[in-house]
Design a protein around this ligand. Structure first.
Ligand SMILES: [Zn+2]
Length: 210
């Protein structure tokens, strides 16, 4: 038997609490987030119920970011080769040219690898459509996890590249869904292959509530 632990509720995600660098990096995975209305009541009698629970994902990088990586990769590769040629022609100091050439060629390989891997990198999320008794309308709640935090936001992703993987019409109270969210891990693993990532997080949450 586990003891009941009183834990603080995860605050609603607020990008203003991030540094501008973090927000810049996150802009690549915003999925075209559009803010929606907050739920009307936290009263249990008037708790909204889920109409649909969707497991979805969208590609992490846009076409322009992929092209940017490709161009940077090619330029750095050429720079590395250029430095070696210049060194040979002008007998430049090898203690400067060799490190510059090695670093730029390695960087070229790295950005090239990211460029190649980018089309398959996806961000996965859960979208819950709620039916609200209080306003006779609907609300949407978006749940996902990024490196250092899990997020609950009222709204949805609007990008055309968003793809539905699974949909459930299970009727769950908002309280049930939110309690399951609180039980979910707070952070993802390191950004290396095989680590606990946004897909594992979203799949786990979907299985809990669908
Ligand atoms: Zn409402």
């Amino acid at each position: 038997m586990t003891t009941h632990q009183e834990t603080a509720k995860t605050p609603d995600y607020d990008p203003r609490s991030n540094s501008s660098i973090i927000n810049f990096l996150l802009s690549g995975i915003d999925g075209g987030y559009k803010k929606g209305s907050l739920i009307c009541s936290s009263d249990a009698d008037e708790s909204p119920y889920s109409k649909t629970i969707t497991l979805g994902q969208f590609p992490l990088y846009t076409e322009s970011v992929r092209r940017g990586f490709g161009v940077v990769s090619i330029l750095l590769g050429l720079l590395g080769i250029g430095v070696i040629v210049a060194a040979a022609l002008h007998q430049l100091s090898l203690s400067i040219t060799i490190p510059v050439a090695v670093i730029s060629i390695l960087f070229c390989i790295l950005t090239g690898a990211i460029f190649i891997a980018a089309p398959i990198a996806q961000h996965r999320y859960i979208l819950v459509e709620l039916e609200c008794k209080k306003c006779n309308g609907g609300h949407t709640v978006l749940y996902d996890a990024i490196t250092k935090m899990k997020r609950r936001r009222f709204g949805c992703y609007t990008k055309q590249t968003c793809m539905t993987l699974q949909v459930s019409s299970a009727e769950r109270s908002y309280e049930f869904i939110d309690a399951a969210f609180e039980e979910m891990p707070h952070r993802l693993g390191p950004p290396v292959p095989g680590a606990y990532d946004c897909k594992d997080w979203a799949d786990e949450f979907y299985n809990k509530i669908s």
